[in-house]
Ligand binder design. Structure first.
Ligand SMILES: O=c1ccn([C@@H]2O[C@H](COP(=O)(O)O)[C@@H](O)[C@H]2O)c(=O)[nH]1
Length: 264
């Protein structure tokens, strides 16, 4: 079954479009877990237990796992999330020349979907796009302030770069496995891109800690009811410094689900 069909089923099952971002910054993991073998895994396990019933997906960001213990923690985390029937979207922002990107694409043997960087063009994404079962979210208009530096540049046709990326992603969607990453901090761009590509589901980061627009994230992020609105720090560190950090994250995920559902 294609990733977006599985995501559709998951969204219906949990009545939620929340992507719970698993970004376990080691400096913010509670003290009582720091002495564990793999503190990031110990932390994630508790977060998954507390939030899975509100999670359409879990979205670990690869940046928080790129060391030997980190990869071990990620492997445990992905297997545990799958054990709870929650798909995993790895926010890895990968792509490279063909020979290298084929190696990157092996990540899709472990996770259900991935974020990719379109900067190097179609051939750099081909092994991801060719994987019919997995979701491929192409960075389009990112949520960070510097996203404008390149993505807003006007091309000779008058369209901004991010719109060209959206148009290309639509062409690349031959296997119905492509989505876009568009930040909630850019509600006008969200609306424009949605109008341009009505059928592509979006992953919308940038609400919560980055102050993006949750209503616009839902209004424009979903295509036929399918799409994801991510919060990482706003959920996993909702109870920072508390013994009850996990239940605080569960409450934060539930609150976010209910808030987003008002706009669906
Ligand atoms: O445009 C983008 C693309 C990816 N991200 C990632 O999403 C989460 C957001 O974390 P918060 O704590 O909810 O701010 C994080 O992994 C980013 O690297 C993004 O924010 N914007």
């Amino acid at each position: 079954m294609n990733f977006f069909d599985r995501l559709h089923d998951r969204i219906r099952t949990v009545d939620s479009v929340v992507s719970v971002g698993l970004d376990p910054d080691p400096s913010r993991i509670p003290d009582h877990l720091q002495s564990r073998d793999l503190p990031r895994w110990a932390f994630n396990r508790r977060i998954i237990d507390a939030t899975h019933e509100h999670a359409a997906v879990f979205k670990p960001n690869a940046a928080f796992y790129e060391d030997p213990d980190g990869w071990a923690a990620l492997e445990e985390t992905v297997a545990y999330a799958h054990g709870k029937d929650v798909p995993v979207l790895l926010d890895a922002k990968r792509a490279d020349i063909g020979n290298t990107t084929r190696q990157y694409a092996q990540l899709l043997e472990t996770v259900d979907a991935i974020t990719v960087n379109p900067y190097m063009g179609r051939d750099s994404l081909q092994p991801f796009l060719a994987d019919e079962e997995s979701g491929v979210f192409v960075l389009c208009r990112t949520s960070n302030p510097g996203g404008a530096d390149i993505q807003d540049l006007e091309l000779e046709t008058g369209e901004p770069v991010y719109e060209r990326v959206a148009a290309l992603a639509d062409l690349w969607n031959e296997n119905d496995n492509v989505g876009l990453v568009v930040g909630a901090t850019q509600p006008e761009e969200l609306a424009e891109v949605r109008e341009q590509v009505p059928d592509l589901p979006f992953l919308v980061p940038g609400i919560g800690a980055q102050g993006g627009d949750a209503e616009a994230a839902v209004e424009y992020g979903l295509a036929d009811g399918v799409g994801l609105v991510n919060s990482s720090r706003g959920i996993i560190f909702a109870g920072e410094d508390s013994e009850e950090f996990a239940s605080a994250s569960g409450q934060a995920a539930k609150r976010l689900k209910e808030r987003l559902n008002q706009y669906r």
